[in-house]
Design a protein around this ligand. Structure first.
Ligand SMILES: [Zn+2]
Length: 168
């Protein structure tokens, strides 16, 4: 059995037979963000599912992406369910649409990854800074020799499309 990794009072464990996530997090630990590329239709997908969600083909390869994208949606967590996250509240969870496959295969289904919105020093970004349309890049939060979490941080690039945030 692999050793559990302690993170904010929780035990994170990726079973040895879970090769999809084991490889994904090992790439992240090397500070590479990877997604699966379908061998048949060429579309990228995340999470790293067994079959292509669009054409059902089983062939795939890992493809490194830039980690640059736009906040597609977000939520601000005010009440953490996990006690270890209580001291971070309020904090932002962002859904990021990656540049590599923006609006493809349709505007409603594209390549999106979820993460926390952090400052470059990996502390939570102020919730007033979070907005749909703001530009971000990936940062890696190293947790162990074999595991890092891809997270996101704001960039200075101009926003993409309509900027929106919850009023108040
Ligand atoms: Zn496909």
């Amino acid at each position: 059995m692999p050793q559990p990794v302690q993170y904010r009072g929780m035990s994170l464990i990726i079973p040895d037979n879970d090769t999809e996530w084991k490889e994904f997090y090992a790439h992240a630990r090397a500070h590479r963000l990877v997604v699966r590329k379908c061998a048949a239709c060429g579309l990228l997908r995340y999470p790293p599912t067994h079959a292509c969600p669009w054409c059902m083909a089983l062939g795939w390869s890992w493809r490194e992406v830039s980690g640059r994208g736009t906040i597609y949606s977000y939520e601000i967590v005010h009440h953490a369910i996990q006690p270890g996250f209580r001291e971070l509240t309020p904090y932002a969870v962002v859904l990021v649409e990656l540049d590599e496959q923006r609006g493809q295969p349709t505007p409603d289904e594209s390549l999106r990854i979820i993460g926390n919105l952090l400052r470059p020093d990996l502390t939570p970004e102020a919730d007033a800074e979070v907005a749909i349309g703001r530009r971000v890049r990936v940062v890696f939060q190293d947790l162990a020799d074999h595991l890092a979490l891809p997270q996101f941080t704001l960039t200075d690039e101009p926003p993409q499309g309509r900027v929106w945030r919850l009023p108040g």
